[in-house]
Design a protein around this ligand. Structure first.
Ligand code: GLV
Length: 308
């Protein structure tokens, strides 16, 4: 049996990863050509559409990415084959670091100070205590929970919202549409870490922005399609929202002519908030390969009905 590596990696990165896998699983055969016979597992990282087509022996698709929205949208990915998403503590830690940076930057005015520096403007902005800042974390999966926990540890007032009830120490967790509207109305900072599903696509539109505090900011570290970008720009321009910190966009890379690049109230990151760490993610994937070979349950399987 063979394991297919279907990725958009550069040749050097792919070669390094293949070496790492071969050292860890010396009895397995790794292939990069989809036409090879006997493929029963696919390890995928942003694979080109169609990469998993016509593989009759496929028994497991292991994503090296946390979000599986693109895989689920690819109609050539066989819907009956179990699909596991990447749940890696190193990735959650990286995401929490980015979330802390963004929340601290917004709370302590560092994004404004960066602009002031460009203008050589010496002006001290008001200072609030962390417990006066209400951070609402949307999505309490592995990454959202890690962010919420660390923000709470820094003293922020943290509320969480998720489609399923979830408990996180020090965080008031909520579910349901009514709670979402109330929380968005009360939030000083909204941190989005929801999975992209049919229910969450376009969640942030002009109606949501109208329901938020004028002093509120949005941090989107999940998927670009959660936000209607034209509505976000209009909300920022109209002063309905203070600032946006965005790691993800409807089109990536963000096109050079896109208005978000130069918007004075927007900070752009190049989808870098929590990159897959191939050393730790490979350990997670290898555990699943070993589980499948041994007939044990595979971890972190996606519920295709829910979309994550
Ligand atoms: C990155 O966005 C991922 O889903 O891992």
């Amino acid at each position: 049996m063979s394991i297919l590596l279907a990725t958009d990696f550069e040749p050097n990165e792919l070669a390094d990863w293949r070496r790492m896998l071969e050292e860890t699983l010396p009895d397995e055969r790794f292939v990069t050509e989809h036409r090879e016979a006997g493929i029963d597992i696919a390890l995928v990282a942003n694979p080109p559409p169609g990469a998993l087509r016509d593989l009759p022996g496929l028994r497991l698709i292991q994503s090296m990415w946390a979000g599986v929205d693109k895989l689920l949208a690819d109609t050539t990915v066989p819907p009956e084959v179990p699909l596991a998403r990447m749940v890696d503590p190193a990735m959650s830690a990286a995401m929490a670091e980015t979330a802390l940076w963004a929340v601290l930057g917004l709370h302590r005015g560092y994004f404004d100070y960066a602009r002031q520096q460009q203008a050589r403007e010496w002006r001290v902005l008001p200072q609030r205590r962390a417990d006066e800042v209400h951070v609402v974390v949307l999505g309490l999966g592995a990454m959202g929970a890690a962010c919420a926990r660390q923000l709470a540890a820094l003293g922020y007032r943290v509320s969480g919202w998720a489609t399923r009830a979830a408990a996180v120490d020090g965080v008031a967790a909520h579910t349901g549409e009514a709670a979402l509207s109330t929380l968005l109305h009360e939030a000083d900072i909204v941190l989005n870490l929801l999975p992209l599903t049919a229910a969450t696509r376009g969640l942030f539109d002009s109606e949501r922005f109208t329901g938020m505090k004028r002093s509120a900011s949005l941090v989107n570290l999940a998927r670009g399609a959660h936000v209607v970008e034209a509505d976000l720009i209009a909300a920022l321009d109209r002063g309905l929202l203070q600032r946006a910190v965005l790691d993800v966009f409807a089109t990536e890379p963000l096109p050079a002519e896109h208005p978000l690049w130069a918007h004075p109230k927007v900070t752009v990151l190049p989808h870098a908030a929590a990159q897959t760490d191939l050393r730790s993610a490979t350990r997670v994937a290898v555990d699943n390969v070993r589980a499948l070979r041994a007939g044990r349950p595979v971890a972190h399987l996606v519920d295709r009905g829910k979309g994550y």
